[in-house]
Design a protein around this ligand. Structure first.
Ligand code: GLA
Length: 381
């Protein structure tokens, strides 16, 4: 196609009009590129957006669950691989995903027995994990379609997604307007900024649930990854993975990652907390002061040299070693995800905070803006 003397290819539909890429300098419209990823059973279209940076890293996000479906990151030789677990089809994301790449809300992690009291009123939430509430319930923020905020999105650089959760949804009080903005910086950082407002007092704990494998999704287990977590304490759990309320020192236990250690080095130790979690599935209390933004964790994979650093304004981090993966899920490119093929570093407030007054509060009141940020920063060694 020749547009005013410039060679152009129409390569994608855009939010408004047609986006035209040109080998010259002109670009007709600067709207977000999108492709159709799939359709829900009700016929609603789910879109995929791609962010790219100057160093050649790219991230793809779909509007279903504001889900990160791929993240291509260079290794020490500049070879890119997709380092997050996921599926090729929307149907798999809808029907069988253990939160691969999802945005989690209204409350990330567990709330004991699915109940809590706020200002003297008892609320009953959807119970979807044994006797407990997990990751927002039966239809959490990972299973809804988010809207694209065009004004706040920058073509190829950042994507802003919004979702309005109704008063009473999954049992939570108050209409919650949530926004998540994904940005890819030229410094190889995937930045995620969350904001939310409510019209009634409620509880909020938004997080991101990518399963990383720095050797590439589907390329073996993550037990050889070396992990550092800047936390001297963690919140011990009961057999339902609900915190007991205690803060326990990691010293002298397999929970100590203050000195980098391979994930697999102590995972099978006969330590009661590891037995309860089926491996690592715990909340670490970060050493940095809250709500300051700082380093929470770092993981390194020696065969590829890839490093991910996690920085956050949140007070805690759930490190989950993919214990429930068992080879029954077939992911992108037909690869099977066996036991511990991915790990999650979920920045958050502590689990079950609505029932633990001694934990930092997760209550959001009208007139206040919930605001948190997390960065996954990639480099090589
Ligand atoms: C979270 C939980 C885990 C597990 C996964 C999803 O990270 O802490 O126990 O439920 O999500 O499988």
């Amino acid at each position: 196609m020749n547009l005013r003397g410039i060679q152009c290819n129409v390569f994608m539909i855009a939010l408004t009009g047609i986006l035209i890429s040109c080998s010259g300098t002109k670009q007709e419209t600067a709207t977000m590129e999108k492709t159709i990823f799939g359709k829900t059973l009700e016929g609603r279209e789910v879109y995929l957006f791609q962010l790219k940076n100057k160093s050649g890293m790219n991230a793809s996000i779909i509007t279903f669950g504001a889900t990160l479906v791929s993240l291509n990151v260079p290794d020490r030789n500049g070879v890119k691989s997709d380092i997050v677990l996921g599926f090729d089809s929307l149907t798999s994301y809808m029907n069988q995903s253990p939160y691969f790449g999802s945005t989690i809300g209204r409350y990330g992690n567990r709330i004991g027995k699915g109940t809590f009291e706020l200002n003297g009123v008892k609320y009953s939430l959807a119970v979807n994990n044994g006797a407990n509430h997990l990751h927002g319930g039966l239809k959490g923020f990972d299973k809804v379609i988010w809207d694209v905020d065009q004004k706040e999105s920058v073509q190829g650089k950042s994507l802003a997604l919004t979702y309005v959760s109704k008063d009473g949804e999954e049992g939570y009080p108050g209409t919650l307007t949530a926004k998540v903005v994904y940005s890819l910086t030229d410094g190889n950082e995937l930045r995620i900024d969350y904001t939310a407002t409510t019209d009634k007092p409620t509880v909020v704990n938004l997080t991101h649930h990518s399963y990383f494998n720095l050797a590439g999704a589907g390329n073996g287990d993550i037990l050889g990854h070396e992990l550092f977590i800047d936390a001297d304490r963690f919140t011990p759990i009961d057999s339902g993975l609900i915190p007991t309320g205690e803060l326990k020192s990691v010293r002298g236990t397999p929970m100590d990652f203050t000195t980098p250690a391979a994930i697999g080095a102590r995972i099978n130790d006969s330590y009661e907390q590891l037995k309860k979690g089926g491996g690592y599935d715990h909340n670490w209390v970060l050493n940095k002061s809250t709500p300051s933004f700082g380093l929470a964790a770092r993981a390194y994979e020696k065969t590829t040299g890839r490093v991910v650093e996690v920085l956050t304004s949140e007070p805690a981090l759930q490190f989950y070693s993919g214990n429930f993966l068992d080879g029954t899920l077939t992911g992108k490119g037909g690869k099977k995800y066996e036991h511990r093929f991915g790990f999650c570093l979920e920045t958050q407030h502590y689990p079950d905070s609505p029932n633990k007054p001694q934990f930092p509060s997760t209550v959001l009141n009208p007139g206040v803006v919930y605001k948190t940020s997390t960065v996954y920063r990639f480099s090589t060694r």
